[in-house]
Design a binder for this molecule. Structure first.
Ligand code: TH1
Length: 800
């Protein structure tokens, strides 16, 4: 039985004090919040250790089929609250600490965000890490232990400045355990020759390779109140003692250390750098060598490895898992190519997260050959066999579009699809687009591989942890069963028309808005009226996400208020939180514009607090936990067809915000869940967007010239309305008018403005508004990642 079952307040206090003695040689009353956090985290680790070890032993003993989720990004944020909650000791620990004069929240604040991810893709991986043990599935994570996470964003004179995120303390991360015992070697560079053996087989012989040591750091992933503990394994690089002579100078050593030094700060686009390719191979090779070795210990035939092991390729970054498993099976375990291929394709599965063409990963074959020569050979052979298999059976054009090597480039999505048995999109519309458009040739070849798995969220973090006041109200209204079974939120449906309950939810929202307003006051000195609509857009800055459309609406409101000093509008505060990839020029210009517009508006007394704009610096998971519960309106306004799913949309919904959305990604499924009356939809749908693509008839300049109100808004970018943005304003104006507005902001503008006006009217009727907000909360349970991952586990991996 789990240790935590026997814990008492007294025992926790005693253990906590002991831990402080042991780690820091101090008493509780002398300790800083940092020291207390570390002591508590270590204590939690001790409590969990037996379950963690038992879980591992059971998998070996019972030979359970296990899934490994390979991802170049994980974005857990802070772990203390999640771990306490999942262990079922949150309240007990909080009370115990309170008894000795310690506020748990101070310890929570002391933890650093673990931000080894850019945005939705990494955060989804972390939600899955929470959900896998929660549903009792043997599913482990595999990734890289970056020394620096996603850059820390500072705003200086309105511009984004990037600072390194040195998240690891000198002792590392308290949640991890270094396992030098399980280190493996990874080989890169050099030459490979195929030397014929007596048997007639060809054997690869390596020359001048560089050997890296991959050292794993394990982090426990605790299931929700079920004693199940899984593992997230992150790899760090070291120089193996045996090969020290290969790295004689300090510069040589640094180049190696660089491999796990930084996360690539690019969301949905990629810098084609060899370091990234090495990162990908390093993670894949270290992970697979370990997995195959553990399977080998079972003494079962290698050709049946798919019966015990599933490997998931999260976006294409780990796609080298396909040729690497082939290498291990063929070169090291001497399987026939065909047997190895048959099992490899059954082991592997792949999720596609975007259809943006600039995000589809391709590598120069020359670079590939230089860095991973054996993998290059194997990919060449996979490609050859693929072409051979389909030649004469389908149009040559289909083969030309789907083969892995085209024009001396290696197409990683093609490798992932050909090398696996499952390809999934992350929302219904996205999967449809894959099938009908982006991957239609593959669908012709392998219709059975395609399936949808709509994203989900680890609801515990986004409700119980992030929104304690709403949680307490839910307990009062529908009982606390929803905390373990999120579908019980549906019970709230019975109270949608109850004016007292509506008022209670209104008050909870206002309290959360006050919490956010206090933070803004403290960090930026801006006073915010909490009776205003809190209208929030937080996500990576990208042209397709259309933060600029939001900005255009704000400019319009500003112009209205300036035109008519007596005008009364429903007061609004617009919040933005967004990091731009450091090399993404346009996105950085949008950040500058937002900040200058905010300055202009916030300092104009004549607007009488009816309009405020706040750019929240350094948006990250912890800030999301503060912002999302305070939102009245959730902005999900991407050009239809471009946002594969979105996941913050689900978090906002769960916290009772109304979604203002295009029919894109998972917004469509949110609409299906709450009904048309409880979401605000605007703009072109995917068919309207695609019609423009086929007809080539979009003309933003025409719209601009024929709509004076819109023209005035667009001209505000260049006519001096927004101070200090001469350069950025022109860049934006050009994108919208000279370059024909790639993301159709102008076409969607009028409908967006109209729906925003509708929201302003609606908000005046608090009861109706709250009823709609409650409808959203009630139906948010269907977006739990527990259910999403259960579908992966059953339908793709076969581990349940
Ligand atoms: C995001 C998608 O843009 C988003 O719609 C989706 O909800 C999320 O993944 C989770 O499925 C993506 N992030 C990345 C990051 C990189 C490359 C492609 C994508 S797609 C580095």
């Amino acid at each position: 039985m789990a240790i935590v079952m026997q814990l008492t307040k007294e025992k926790i206090i005693q253990d906590f004090k002991m831990q402080l003695h042991e780690d820091f040689m101090i008493q509780n009353d002398e300790a800083t919040a940092d020291e207390r956090f570390i002591a508590l985290a270590k204590l939690v680790k001790c409590y969990v250790m037996p379950d963690w070890l038992r879980g591992r032993d059971e998998i070996v003993k019972e030979q359970k089929k296990t899934a490994y989720y390979f991802s170049i990004e994980f974005l857990p944020g802070k772990m203390l609250q999640t771990n306490l909650l999942n262990l079922g000791i949150y309240d007990l620990v909080q009370e115990a600490l309170r008894e000795i004069g310690v506020d748990l929240m101070d310890l929570v604040d002391a933890e650093r965000d673990m931000a080894l991810g850019n945005g939705g893709l990494g955060r989804l991986a972390s939600c899955f890490m929470d959900s896998l043990p929660t549903i009792g599935a043997p599913g482990f994570g595999n990734g890289i232990r970056y020394k620096y996470g996603l850059f820390k964003q500072k705003i200086v004179n309105g511009y984004q400045v990037e600072l390194p995120d040195a998240w690891l303390s000198s002792d590392g991360n308290v949640w991890e355990t270094k396992k030098p015992h399980s280190a493996v070697d990874v080989k890169i560079y050099g030459n490979v020759y195929l030397v014929p053996q007596e048997s007639g087989d060809l054997k690869p012989v390596y020359e001048n390779v560089k050997t890296l040591r991959a050292v794993p750091y394990d982090m426990m992933q605790i299931g929700f109140k079920n004693d199940v503990v899984n593992n997230l394994r992150l790899w760090d690089v070291e120089i193996p003692e045996k090969y020290e002579l290969d790295y004689p100078t300090l510069a040589d050593r640094r180049r190696i250390e660089d491999i796990t030094s930084v996360l690539y700060p690019d969301d949905a686009t990629r810098e084609g750098q060899s370091l990234r390719l090495i990162q990908e191979y390093f993670m894949v090779s270290a992970g697979l060598q370990t997995i195959v070795a553990s399977y080998a210990k079972m003494g079962l035939p290698m050709a049946k490895i798919h019966e015990k092991i599933a490997v998931h390729i999260n976006d294409t970054h780990p796609a080298m898992a396909v040729p690497e498993l082939m290498r291990i099976l063929v070169d090291e375990y001497e399987l026939d190519w065909d047997d190895a291929w048959a099992t490899t394709t059954q082991v592997m599965s792949y999720t596609n997260h975007t259809i943006l063409s600039e995000a589809l990963e391709k590598w120069d074959a020359g670079l590939f050959k230089e860095i991973v020569p054996r993998i290059h050979q194997i990919v060449g052979e996979i490609d050859r066999q693929f072409v051979k298999t389909w030649a004469g059976k389908v149009d040559t054009a289909v083969i030309d579009h789907t083969r892995i090597i085209q024009n001396n480039q290696i197409h990683m999505a093609n490798l992932s699809i050909i090398g696996g048995h499952s390809v999934n999109g992350v929302a219904k519309l996205h999967t449809e687009l894959l099938i009908e458009d982006v991957l239609k040739d593959f669908y012709l070849l392998y219709p059975e591989k395609f399936n949808n798995k709509t994203n989900g969220i680890a609801q515990r973090r986004w409700s119980q942890i992030a929104n304690p006041s709403m949680s307490a109200l839910l307990d009062k209204q529908i009982g606390d069963g929803w905390r373990s079974n999120i579908h019980e939120l549906l019970k709230l449906e019975d109270f949608l028309e109850d004016a007292t309950v509506q008022l209670d939810f209104y008050q909870v929202k206002q309290a959360n808005k006050q919490r956010l307003a206090d933070y803004v006051k403290k960090t930026q000195g801006i006073d915010l009226p909490i009776h205003a609509i809190f209208d929030v857009q937080v996500k990576r800055l990208h042209a397709y996400k259309r933060q600029l459309l939001n900005v255009m609406h704000i400019i319009k409101l500003y112009q209205d208020l300036k035109d008519n000093a007596a005008l009364e509008i429903t007061p609004r505060v617009f919040f933005f939180g967004a990091k731009a990839a450091p090399g993404y020029h346009f996105a950085k210009s949008v950040i500058k514009i937002i900040n200058e517009l905010a300055n202009l508006i916030n300092n104009d007394a004549r607007l009488r607090d009816q309009l405020k704009v706040v750019f929240l610096e350094n948006y990250n998971v912890s800030l999301a936990e503060l912002i999302i519960p305070a939102a009245d309106v959730s902005e999900q306004i991407s050009t239809a067809g471009k946002e594969a799913s979105g996941t913050s949309n689900m978090k906002f919904m769960m916290n009772g915000a109304l979604t203002l959305a295009t029919l894109d990604g998972a917004n469509i499924e949110i609409k299906d869940a709450v009904g048309e009356d409880n979401i605000v939809i605007f703009g072109m749908d995917k068919d309207a967007v695609y019609a423009h693509y086929t007809r080539h008839d979009y003309n933003s300049r025409y719209i601009y010239e024929t709509n004076p109100r819109l023209k005035r808004v667009v001209d505000a970018f260049i006519d001096g309305t927004i101070p200090n943005t001469h350069y950025e304003g022109h860049e934006i104006w050009d994108a919208l008018i000279s370059y024909n507005d790639e993301y159709f902001l102008l076409e969607d503008f009028e409908d967006y403005v109209a729906k925003q006006a509708y929201i302003s009217e609606l908000y005046k009727d608090k009861n109706t508004w709250q009823s709609k907000a409650m409808k959203n909360i009630a139906n948010s349970g269907r977006f739990t990642s527990d259910d999403t991952i259960e579908l992966y586990a059953r339908e793709i991996w076969g581990i349940l």
